[in-house]
Design a protein around this ligand. Sequence first.
Ligand code: G3I
Length: 372
Amino acid sequence: MRRRRFLQGIAAATFQPALSACMRSAREEEQVEDEEPEGIALQLAAGSINRMYGSAFSEKMLNASSRARAMTLTQCASITPEWSLKWDRLAPSANSTDFTAADAIANFARTHGKRMRGHTLLWHQGVPTWAGEQLQNTREWDVVRSYFNAVMPRYGDIVDEWDVVNEAIEIGHRPDGLRHNQFMEAFGPEYIDWAFWTARDAAPQARLYLNEYGLEYFSAEEGARRLNLLRLLERLKIRGVPIDGVGLQAHLDLRKGKVYREGIYGLLRDITNMDLGISVTELDVREADSGGSLEARDRAVADEVRRYMDIVLQFPNVGSVTTWGLSDRYSWLRYKDGGRRDNRGLPYDDQWRRKPMRSALEAAFLGQQSTT
Ligand code: G3I
């Protein structure tokens, strides 16, 4: 408890003035009712065990909500552009790039001393149409190299860690468990090696990560995903590919039961034994399908997040935990195809009131007794 009181003292001295200033304007904007006082800022709780806490951050949060900006500043040590740093956002048409939105988010980070995760370079859902066509027609790597060389150095002052390849695994596509995406079609499985070598050239100081989802539950598919991810990592390490770590997206889902402790622990143990770093990169919870009272749903979310955090924080090489947003108001889970408009899978609700998930994150970082 002494560490908690110490951190509360820091929090009050450090963040209260900034938060109060933003809160006054925010209250008119979003009619926020008084809510329970903030606990220890999540970035401080994480920092107390030498981890970094961050959140996804969008152009909407930057431009439309002083409350979102204020809460991001008080809670987060790092931000991850939710869309603005992807290829299809930076270069929607050939021979032109528009860094306006990405620069705005990067400058927000620079101004406030925050780090930024580089999310993400190669992703089958983030390829602009013109680039996909060019890859298919020419099968030349130059278009990828030009893109990496334009983007990575631009943010080298605040980006320590890039998701170089995102979602490379897909069960049922190939015997090796790799996804048959545009890059695989154009270059074969070595595209992953080339992506890391190209990224190393473009940003020699950065940590280069492979980011993946669907690794948390007891099922044939997620067991196969874990196995094929490890096999891919082994191949990359054997070939001396400059990979530094693995991003675990951690989109938890209450429809799948409770997180599979043994499966997650074994995966992180094997990744660690390959001398790789680990980041939790997109933590949130799909829960709206479960029904029940808001209190019951919020409790179930908090318990699941605590179970997951208690597993991953056993590994000192889990350097950061990023939630895929702070407030349910901005969650992708509410707007994705088949999403649920009332999903409550983030630390704060629509009115920025803290929820049990926020307390669970803080307690996990502080190592407080779990009740799950
Ligand atoms: O802001 C524009 C709006 O002006 C425009 O009218 C509208 C037209 O479609 O698009 C809006 O941009 C959307 C953007 O999110 C901001 O909301 C894009 O269409 C939409 O594609 C984009 O979706 C993002 C998605 O990745 C695709 O990039 C989600 O916000 C983001 O949460 C999601 O995040 C992914 C991770 O990168 C990888 N892991 C899975 C995760 C969830 O799918």
